[in-house]
Structure formats: C-alpha cells, structure tokens
Design a protein around this ligand. Structure first.
Ligand code: AMP
Length: 307
C-alpha cells in the first residue's frame, strides 16, 4: 500500500496580512507526503540542491518517508515566493525559481516501479507522464495540475487525463481546462476527458466531487483563523490518497471518506505557516477532527418523518 509521490520539495517565502515565513520547507510533494504518511508508507520522488537542509531531510526520515528517490544535484533547491491578499483565496506569485528541478529526470527504484498508488503532484504533464510510465501496473493514479500547465502544456495534459483515475484541481482551473464557466458543467466536461473522478477544490468553500453518476460535496472545516493556506490542496490530496491506499480500493465510499480525511488534514495544515502544523500533528488530533467533521455535516435527516 505504498504511495509514490512526484512533485516539488523546496523553500517557500510566504507573506500574509498577519505575518511572514522566510525560506520555509514547502513544495507540493512535501505537504502531500507529510499528510499521506499518517495512512500509508510514502516514497518521495524529487530533486533538491546541495543547499537542502539536513534538518529538513531528517524531518521526512523521522516520519518514515522514503527518500531513496530524492536526488540531490549540484545547484539550488526549488524556491517559491507568494503573497496572500486579505481574502486568502487569492494570492500572487512574486517569484518562482525551479533551480535544480528544471533539469529533473525522475528515476524510480526497482521496487518503486511496482507501487500500487501514485500521486502526480503539480509539475509539468510531461514529467507526470514520465513517472506514470515507470510504474508497471498502478491500482490508483491521482494527479493535480495548475493554470500554468493548462495554458502552456494543454496537449500533454489532455493526453495524460485518460491514464489517471482521479484529477484534483481548483475551480478556476476546472473552468479553464473544460472551457465551461458553470462549475457543474465544467466537472462533467472534465470527466469526459478521461478520469473516473474529478475533485474540484474550492478553498474555504470545500470540495466538489464529480463521478460518472454521482455528485458529492463537503465544506471546508470552519476555522476561526487561517494562518497560511499554502499547500492546503496538496495536503488534501495526501489525506485522500493516503486513505485510498490504506483501504486499497477506489469506490464511491472510499472516495467520499478519503475526501473527508483530506479536508481534515488540510484544515490542520493551514493553522500554521509552512509544514509546521503537519509535522507536529498526531493521529488522535486527526481522529478528533474527523469526528467533528462528520458531526458538522450530519443533518440527522433520517430521524424525521413529516407524514
Ligand atoms: P498550493 O498552495 O496547494 O498551490 O501549493 C503550494 C506549494 O506548491 C508551495 O509550497 C510551493 O512551493 C509549490 N509550488 C508553487 N508553484 C509551483 C509550481 N509552478 N510548480 C510546482 N510547485 C509549485
């Protein structure tokens, strides 16, 4: 039930209205791995530079995250600098430096090629396809993407879609990729492009899941304070994929439970800057919030009979 994740591991500088984090551990694969590892073993496939801090390597290793396919190359680690608006659903990227990630050619180890579960985090669709091609017969493949790839590598992305089971993307990206402005039509349109489930992330409004003949929605867990929304989507995917790998099946039921676990994990991630909260999280906390999440959405509908 081991999960392979390919994506960025890097250093983020994050500015919010309430504070700033400088050169903090981030990257899509970092958030994913630190969430998924609570459910299933995780192997990270990525590239970092020689400036990658020993303490960060240890943070992963101490949490049993497999770093055998983390390639350290001469040069600098991936860096991203973002600034959030007062409305934290909005942010600007101030700078993005791929650094060693620019020349990254992922190479899985022999045992990793027979993994059952694969998450292709937000990287170029070509690189995503390259990793997918190395995994012999995966049981569940999920992928994330972003506006940049939809705009600039659309053909490669469209070619990838029939090869994946679950696609995660945000509402604007769903509209952009499908060409539909209505979100329900966008979700339905994306399903026709290949994946068996399309999960549209809507920030503080939660997640909408589209399946062949079903629609499922959950809110985001309501928090009094969001410190840093960075990585919420990747953390969500980590909780979801972790749960799917743990249960070993992709069904309507496992997807729905996985979406709730993903939402629980994301709600913790945003409570602190960077991966700070995720790194300190315990299983008891996950379990407690899972229960409150279920209570939050329980309408007790079956108890009422007006006739
Ligand atoms: P999210 O908030 O889910 O979009 O994820 C943010 C994380 O993705 C940050 O930790 C960044 O380091 C990383 N990131 C930002 N831009 C990119 C990009 N173009 N490609 C890959 N990772 C990125």
């Amino acid at each position: 039930m081991s999960i392979i994740v390919v994506g960025t591991v890097g250093y983020d500088t994050i500015e919010t209205q309430g504070g700033k984090a400088i050169e903090a551990l981030g990257g899509s694969a970092s958030y994913f791995a630190l969430a998924a590892r609570f459910f299933s073993p995780v192997s990270l496939v990525t590239a970092v530079g020689t400036d990658f801090r020993k303490a960060d390597e240890e943070l992963f290793l101490e949490r049993s995250i497999d770093l055998r396919a983390l390639r350290k190359s001469p040069g600098e680690t991936f860096r991203w600098h973002g600034r959030y608006h007062e409305d934290m659903n909005l942010r600007d990227t101030l700078s993005l430096k791929l650094n060693v990630f620019a020349d990254f050619r992922p190479e899985l180890l022999a045992d990793q090629c027979s993994a059952d579960y694969l998450f292709l985090a937000n990287i170029s669709p070509e690189l995503q396809a390259e990793v997918l091609g190395q995994v012999k017969s995966p049981k569940i493949v999920a992928a994330d993407t972003m506006d940049h790839w939809i705009a600039n590598e659309r053909a490669a992305l469209i070619k990838l879609l029939p090869r994946i089971d679950v696609l995660t993307l945000n509402d604007q990206e769903a509209r952009m990729l499908s060409g539909e402005s209505n979100l329900v039509r966008a979700g339905r349109g994306l399903l026709k492009m290949g994946p068996s489930a399309v999960l549209v992330k809507r920030g503080e409004y939660g997640v909408l899941k589209f399946g062949a003949d079903s629609l499922f929605a959950v809110p985001a867990y309501p928090l009094e304070e969001v410190v840093d929304p960075t990585g919420a989507g990747d953390t969500f995917a980590g909780g979801l994929m972790g749960y799917l790998a743990r249960s070993g099946r992709l069904t309507e039921a496992t997807l729905r439970t996985g979406i709730v676990y993903g939402s629980v994990m994301a709600s913790y991630a945003v409570e602190r800057f960077s991966v700070e909260r995720l790194a300190a999280l315990t299983w008891d906390e996950i379990d407690n919030r899972y229960r409150s999440f279920i209570e939050l959405t329980d309408s007790h509908h079956s108890r009422w009979n007006f006739q």
